[in-house]
Design a protein around this ligand. Structure first.
Ligand code: FE
Ligand code: FE
Ligand code: ZN
Length: 278
């Protein structure tokens, strides 16, 4: 069974997201923990959470992915910005324990001219402060397009971060198809080769989720502009190979394509029709 969903708005709560993804034909989803530009999160409503869990159990919704605000920058040169990233992530991880055993994805950060090495050290020290031994959530580093001074453009950079984190069992990677293609990993022409390289550098056992996006820009453009499935430079044949690849096919896939709900429903339906049941 294909584990697939899309990004949903969190504004009406957890139970609403579960109902919404069912109506779109999906069985998982991604959501922002709070306004993507930062700010405070809505307080947890335990009744909403209980209803959410019921809906998930009854309908086989599994392994949801929370996405940190994309303005967080744990690698910033500014101490207050780094502190804000740490406090936000710590708070998000506390909230995630109301829905145990799920995934929390974040953009590693941008070094803003200090250099990759300095940035990586800041990211490592934040992770070592916020990840707790008792947490049930797996924190995912997202593969990035390499726009500006973004860290996480290469598998080696992600590996270096992971190597510095003490509680490695709580850490993994989310592969974004638009980002890796933009970064210069040819998942269209040589998917096997890219996955072999991922395995050699990071280890495929650490790959926990896939962001399924087409790209508005050509290979290696470092732009990070998502396109609808089948309408960008990656194309539908490559998408079909990705969702069916033996090393990927049992992972959860999350669409972050430029769509309204109706467009997401169509893409979910299309991808389900291309998935070959084992
Ligand atoms: Fe992201
Ligand atoms: Fe993404
Ligand atoms: Zn992106």
């Amino acid at each position: 069974m294909l584990r697939i969903g899309c990004h949903l708005s969190t504004s009406k709560g957890y139970a609403h997201m579960a109902e919404e993804i069912l109506s779109l034909g999906g069985n998982t989803f991604q959501f922002f923990t709070r306004n993507p530009r930062g700010g405070s999160a809505k307080p947890i409503d335990e009744k909403d959470i209980n209803r959410f869990k019921e809906i998930c159990n009854e309908n086989g919704i599994g392994i949801i992915l929370a996405h940190a605000p994309y303005t967080l920058n744990a690698a910033s040169a500014d101490e207050r910005t780094r502190e804000f990233a740490k406090e936000t992530m710590a708070d998000d991880l506390n909230r995630m324990e109301y829905t145990p055993g799920n995934l929390y994805n974040f953009h590693p950060g941008s070094h803003v001219g200090q250099g990759v090495e300095v940035g990586i050290q800041y990211i490592i020290s934040m992770l070592n402060e916020v990840i707790k031994p008792e947490q049930t959530t797996t924190v995912l580093l997202e593969t990035m397009a390499g726009k500006g001074s973004e860290i996480g453009r290469t598998f080696e950079e992600l590996k270096e971060i992971m190597d510095g984190v003490t509680l490695k069992d709580h850490l993994g990677v989310c592969l974004d198809t638009c980002h890796v293609y933009d970064a210069g990993y040819d998942i269209v022409g040589n998917l096997d080769g890219v996955l072999e390289e991922f395995d050699r550098v990071i280890g495929l056992k650490n790959l926990k989720a896939v962001h399924l996006n087409d790209s508005k820009n050509p290979f290696e453009s470092h732009k990070d502009r998502h396109e609808k499935i089948g309408e960008g430079s990656i194309g539908i044949e490559a998408m079909e190979r990705i969702i069916n690849h033996p090393k990927l096919r049992s992972l959860p896939f999350y669409l972050e394509t430029p769509n309204e709900l109706e467009g997401y429903a169509k893409e979910i339906d299309w991808l389900k029709s291309l998935y070959r049941e084992a």
